[in-house]
Design a protein around this ligand. Structure first.
Ligand SMILES: CC(C)(COP(=O)(O)OP(=O)(O)OC[C@H]1O[C@@H](n2cnc3c(N)ncnc32)[C@H](O)[C@@H]1OP(=O)(O)O)[C@@H](O)C(=O)NCCC(=O)NCCS
Length: 328
């Protein structure tokens, strides 16, 4: 199962806690009730205790033992306000503004991770991507060795030969609108790391409408230059570009258009030129190609925070919770 057993095995050795910002949502409670039966990931539900317990009971989810924290009634709120003011000092945040901000569970939950109360966070069942990601960017921030936070989707479907699963990684489909060459290189490195959590053996294609000079244009140059920089930075990785998608994915086209390349036709990790291409690309794969899509998985943050699709179901929340904790 695309290494979910491996992720769970690791978590069993080193259990984590995860904040769910939308505690009263039935899909969250479905996942939380399943996690509570296991012993590797402790759910922390944000919201009003009575409301959460009522929704759980109404939907038949047993959440006995869940930690519930109500931002409206948190005993360490003063400490959290001070901490947020300090973090946002340069932006001139006042205690009044901090208190108002922390009434929102996306900011409150992110501060729980920042203050070490929880290891990671999953939100977005009702919030937009931007509203889940923004507190993470402002509070958790980019890892010291990174310059940006980016994202990838992991796509999974049964392999055509009936042998296990086909697993692909696509980036950046959700955060950076127009990444430059250096940012594309960073996105490549982070996506490869994430793919490895899923047991992937990465072969990276930098995608374009051109294959090795067949087309001309600024965007082609960007992808070709990014490929050269990525090859220099990660000499151990199989990387090719710029490639059209068919040359990257289909062996017969890859070997016709990029003869002798070890990647062309066999790529499983795709770096897109911008968010338009990436976002459309992953949705085409999901809807036309029958792949299950996991993500956006945020990359390059100081602590794992991930975003759910608003159309998610309880199974997806459960899987994303495990993926998020596995990044911790
Ligand atoms: C991610 C996103 C929400 C940030 O937007 P924003 O809030 O307008 O960003 P701002 O420029 O105001 O920046 C807010 C903070 O985040 C930081 N930031 C913004 N983008 C960042 C990035 N890619 N990496 C790291 N930090 C980033 C800024 O430096 C700023 O920090 P500061 O407040 O400490 O100075 C925006 O890039 C976005 O909307 N992306 C597309 C999301 C989307 O719709 N995806 C498709 C659906 S899946």
């Amino acid at each position: 199962m695309y290494n979910f057993d491996g992720m769970i095995g690791q978590l069993k050795q080193n259990p984590k806690s995860i904040v769910f910002t939308e505690g009263p949502d039935p899909r969250i409670l479905d996942a939380a009730s399943r996690l509570l039966k296991d012993d590797f990931l402790k759910p922390i539900l944000l919201g009003n205790k009575e409301e959460i317990e009522a929704v759980a009971k109404e939907n038949g989810y047993d959440i006995t033992g869940a930690v519930i924290i109500d931002p409206a009634n948190y005993d360490k709120m003063d400490e959290m306000v001070d901490c947020l003011c300090e973090l946002r000092k340069k932006k001139g945040m006042t205690p009044e503004e901090a208190r108002k901000t922390l009434a929102k569970s996306n900011y409150f939950g992110t501060m729980l991770v920042k203050m070490g109360v929880a290891d990671c966070l999953l939100g977005g069942a009702t919030y937009s991507t931007a509203d889940t990601v923004r507190p993470a960017l402002q509070i958790i921030k980019t890892k010291p060795e990174n310059t940006i936070v980016s994202s990838c989707f992991i796509l999974v479907r049964p392999a055509k030969d009936g042998n296990g699963n086909e697993i692909l990684a696509l980036a950046d489909c959700a955060i950076n609108l127009y990444p430059n060459e250096d940012q594309l290189v960073e996105i490549c490195g982070e996506t490869v790391k994430c793919g490895k959590i899923f047991g992937m053996d990465p072969k990276v294609a930098f995608l374009s409408y051109s294959t090795l000079g067949s087309g001309k244009g600024e965007d082609v140059d960007k992808m070709r230059n990014a490929t050269a920089k990525a090859k220099e930075k990660y000499p151990e990785l199989p990387i090719e570009g710029e490639l059209q998608f068919d040359a990257a994915y289909c062996p017969e086209v890859g070997q016709l258009k990029a003869k002798g390349s070890k990647v062309a036709g066999y790529a499983n990790t795709f770096i897109f030129p911008d968010i338009n291409a990436g976002n459309i690309g992953y949705k085409l794969s999901q809807r036309l190609g029958g792949f299950d899509a996991y993500g956006p998985i945020l990359l390059g943050l100081n602590a794992p925070i991930n975003d759910l699709s608003r159309g998610c179901n309880g199974d997806e929340v459960y899987s994303m919770a495990i993926i998020t904790a596995a990044q911790a």
